[in-house]
Write a new protein. Structure first.
Length: 219
């Protein structure tokens, strides 16, 4: 049975399977009645939370094109410092909960508390250890400096990003990716991910290959 933690009137499952599509199965005895009662009161809280995320979601549209992978509605990837060096953090949205992984290890869940100015909260000690860094990275995700977080989260084909200057971002693809197809798709779709006004140049290339495609943003 999954453990549940309250987020106001919302319940956030802390089991990793909660973030996979699966049947809900039978509710524990008495839980359904409590959920229905709380749901009516919780509508206003849900509206408040979703309103804060609406701007973020509208940029991450579900689209597919040929072999290009599906855009993930809420998935963010960035590097954070740990006692064992720099590691990759992956934050994925599931309802009002976000699962947190460090490399391949599931750490727990986090959420925004509407009663405390939408501050990020967690009851999982492994997440608490990195909560400040994760919250900071998410707050910058839709700025130009945080744009790699969005790109890597949206496209699994992107395996690495590196700033070459304040306005130039090198984007490295998995060697098996078709550069021509992917760069054409990215050029058409990247505006859906942009929420900043500054100019930015993407230099898109495959790993181990010097050939690249250029994509200008806000130019």
């Amino acid at each position: 049975m999954q453990n549940h933690k309250p987020i106001g009137l919302i319940r956030c499952s802390t089991g990793i399977k909660a973030f996979n599509n699966r049947p809900l199965g039978k509710w524990p005895e008495g839980y359904a009645g409590t959920l229905l009662t709380g749901a009516a009161i919780g509508i206003s809280l849900m509206a408040f939370i979703l309103g804060g995320r609406q701007k973020r979601r509208k940029h991450l549209k579900n689209k597919t094109s040929g072999s290009i992978s599906k855009l993930n509605m809420e998935r963010y990837i960035f590097d954070i410092a740990t006692s064992d060096g720099i590691k990759q953090a992956i934050v994925e949205g599931s309802g009002e909960c976000y699962s947190v992984k460090l490399e391949n290890s599931f750490l727990g869940t986090m959420w925004q508390d509407p009663g405390q100015g939408m501050q990020w909260k967690t009851e999982d000690a492994p997440v608490q250890q990195y909560l400040w860094e994760i919250a900071g990275a998410l707050s910058e995700a839709f700025s130009r400096n945080g744009f790699p977080t969005i790109l890597k989260g949206a496209y699994p084909e992107i395996i690495q990003t590196a700033w070459k200057s304040s306005e130039t971002l090198e984007v490295t693809l998995d060697p098996v990716t078709d550069l021509e197809v992917f760069s054409t798709f990215l050029r058409d779709e990247v505006s859906n991910l942009v929420d900043f006004e500054e100019q930015l140049d993407l230099v898109v290339k495959k790993k181990g290959d010097a050939y690249f495609k250029f994509i200008g943003i806000n130019r």
